[in-house]
Design a protein around this ligand. Structure first.
Ligand SMILES: *Cc1c(COP(=O)(O)O)cnc(C)c1O
Length: 386
């Protein structure tokens, strides 16, 4: 009997080592990792520079606490602000925690403005995490089920529907913020209409709300820009990120500008580990790698190449509804539920994910060669052709 709580239905495989886009299991079988631990290992596995950074930092200092200045954290914050247009950063240890900080920023600001029940608009099919506040914010009943009572202070609206938000604006004076993913990740790689984020920005400006974007999955170059909102000419008030920022070390970040950047003051929020010297040294190295190898642009190119390749390879296959994606957030939506493909792929030495029952989700590393990208297309096409 396993002594682990059964929070995950695990595949019957354990990995012993990795290199770049590949993993090797405890029996020596090799796998193409097109999931990267769910959009985490964007630089691939066993990255030499990250390994060296971890070793050097571990030999120097792992942790001191946020009671003291942490130069690596200061440097990471300033670099994240420079590339995002934000002004200040709070560091946490996960995506959910980064979103908790965003939710607290919205609530404390609302309370300071005399709003009795500060309310955040959240969207259907979104995913924001598994803590009580972030599961409440999540637009998926399966995530809520059994954990009622949920928190108050959230209202729900359909994704990619500006009129629904305007209706709430006209009727709910307690709203203080909208929280949204620029592209739905767990929700099935759903890309909103062009201009959607700009329209949300306008509504937030008109109503004095914060626009809070959850870029936990979309951030860190994955969609072809550092943050996905940078595809549109807008700035949010708050942006959260995590996954790809640490390439496997636990880090979350809540970035903010303007009033949102100064909402939290000493005593309002904190984290023992958040932004410790080790994770920040590694995240700084992740940014160096993204910059030196122009991985934003590379993610965009690879994404186009893989989408084009998949469309070509799957043309005429009636099981396929759509191939879509933004950078290296890619989906093949099928007409029928296809959860069984995950096990078949594993068998064939390929790691993928199926979300929303019938959507094959690919989140490959940003460091693929063109040959590896073409190989991925061939493997996924073979899997779907069956
Ligand atoms: C994964 C994810 C989260 C939760 O991150 P954790 O690190 O698991 O807490 C939140 N939002 C989005 C969009 C995610 O993809």
């Amino acid at each position: 009997m396993s002594h682990l709580m059964q929070t995950y239905k695990r595949m019957p495989v354990a990995f012993a080592r990795g290199e770049g886009a590949y993993l090797e299991d405890t029996n020596g079988k090799r796998y193409f990792d097109a999931l990267t631990g769910i959009a985490v290992c964007g630089l691939g596995h066993a990255h030499p520079r990250l390994a060296a950074t971890i070793a050097a930092q571990a030999g120097n200092l792992l942790h001191t606490s946020n009671l003291y200045e942490i130069p690596e954290q200061e440097r990471l914050a300033s670099r994240l602000c420079e590339r995002s247009g934000m002004e200040r950063v709070f560091f946490a240890n996960s995506g959910a925690e980064a979103n908790e900080a965003a939710i607290k920023i919205a609530r404390i600001t609302g309370n300071q403005r005399g709003i009795k029940r500060p309310t955040i608009i959240v969207l259907d099919d979104s995913f924001h995490g598994r803590t009580m506040a972030t599961l409440t914010a999540t637009g998926n009943r399966k995530v809520h089920a059994g954990f009622e009572p949920l928190l108050t202070g959230f209202v729900r609206a359909p994704f990619n529907n500006v009129e629904a938000i305007k209706l709430i604006a006209a009727n709910n004076p307690d709203v203080v913020a909208i929280m949204a993913e620029p592209v739905l990740g767990e929700g099935g790689i759903v890309i909103p209409n062009p201009g959607y984020l700009a329209e949300l920005r306008q509504i937030c400006d008109d109503n004095n709300w914060f626009l809070m974007l959850d870029e936990v999955q979309t951030g860190n170059a994955r969609t072809g820009r550092y943050f996905a909102y940078q595809h549109e000419d807008i700035l949010p008030d708050v942006v959260t990120t995590a996954k790809g920022l640490g390439n496997g070390l636990p880090i979350g970040a809540c970035l903010a500008r303007g009033a949102a950047a100064t909402a939290l003051q000493p005593g309002n929020h904190g984290s023992t580990y958040g932004g410790n010297p080790l994770v920040c040294a590694v995240a700084n190295a992740v940014l160096d790698e993204i910059d030196e190898n122009q991985l934003e642009q590379r993610a965009a190119e690879l994404g186009e190449r893989i989408q084009t390749g998949l469309r070509e390879a799957l043309r005429g296959n009636n099981a396929v509804l759509e191939v879509r994606g933004k950078g290296l957030m890619l989906a093949v939506e099928l007409r029928e539920p296809c959860g069984h493909l995950v096990g078949q792929a594993l068998e064939a030495g390929l790691l993928i994910n199926v979300t929303q029952d019938s959507i094959v989700r690919l989140l490959p590393p940003l460091i693929l060669t063109n040959e590896e990208a073409d190989d991925l297309v061939a493997r996924v096409a073979a899997l779907i052709h069956g």
